[in-house]
Ligand binder design. Structure first.
Ligand code: NAP
Length: 252
């Protein structure tokens, strides 16, 4: 039974692999038997060590994901080094906090480029290569509570994460019959660099905890089970779905 959760022999690309949720998922994938191709704009030395401790191979692709320039190189590197690219996790993302009245066009475009445009084109290249080589493959997008809610002072982030929820369904509709599962995870409030600012604001942090039925912030390790499920054959008939890992936040 547990074999269906195994990632033995699978090669997984994770963007934003150097820290936070991306790093946590890399370790989980290695523990489930996969090799990991980590994409980041700075060194993934720590992630590499953690993955190797779990017995996985780790290769690093240095790439700035604010443009589509590195898209082909990322997929090529994984296939050339490991022989295939079986799972793509579109995890890299950024947030800019600013009153909507003051958001600049430059910041708006930057957030949309990283959180949406590159997610789409990396998925497109990944899917083309999987279809060409007649391999089954899985895409996991990282959504947010702001794929469902409006948020405050983060309009570009909300726009991008709502759109990622949309393309998760759109790409499923086109690619499911071609052997590709496109799903997403919507993390709740997790302790990472992304949330440092609001976690440090004790009033805000307490208000957040009060609203979470489980009564605590999430940790990168809380995402591991969902990530392994959606990457493995245990989820072969799950497609176009966004799984919330939020301690119950969306239930309120
Ligand atoms: P994080 O620690 O800030 O990680 C974000 C990752 O994305 C980092 O590796 C970051 O690289 C990378 N990244 C950002 N811009 C990039 C660029 N231009 N090129 C390459 N890499 C870039 O935050 P996290 O919480 O783990 O975030 C991971 C994902 O989860 C994001 O998509 C985020 O929106 C989503 N998420 C997080 C939460 C939460 O509560 N933490 C909730 C919902 C969704 P650097 O380290 O170089 O900046």
């Amino acid at each position: 039974m547990l074999e269906m959760f195994s990632l033995e022999g699978k090669n997984v690309i994770v963007t934003g692999a150097n820290t936070g949720l991306g790093q946590g998922m890399c370790v989980a994938f290695a523990e489930a038997g996969a090799n990991v191709c980590g994409v980041a704009r700075r060194s993934c030395e720590e992630t590499k060590k953690l993955v190797e401790e779990k017995g996985g191979r780790f290769i690093e692709v240095m790439a700035d994901l604010s443009s589509t320039e590195p898209v082909k190189r990322i997929i090529d590197t994984c296939i050339n080094e490991f022989g295939s690219a079986d799972v793509l996790v579109n995890n890299a993302g950024m947030i800019k906090r600013e009153d909507a009245l003051n958001v600049t066009e430059e910041d708006w475009n930057m957030v949309l480029n990283v959180n949406l445009n590159v997610v789409f084109f990396l998925s497109q290249e990944f899917a083309k290569r999987a279809i060409e080589s007649n391999r089954k493959a899985k895409i996991i997008n990282i959504c947010s509570m702001l794929s469902y809610q409006g948020g405050i002072r983060v309009p570009a982030y909300t726009a991008s994460k709502s759109a990622v929820n949309g393309i998760t369904k759109a790409l499923c509709n086109e690619w499911a019959a071609k052997g590709i599962n496109v799903n997403a995870i919507a993390p709740g409030y997790m302790e990472t660099n992304n949330t440092k600012e609001i976690k440090a604001d004790s009033q805000r942090s307490e208000a957040i905890i009060d609203r979470i039925p489980q009564g605590r912030w999430g940790k990168p390790s809380d995402l591991m089970g969902a990530a392994i499920f959606l990457a493995s054959s245990a989820s072969d008939y799950v497609n176009g779905f966004t799984l919330a890992v939020d301690g119950g936040w969306l239930a309120r």
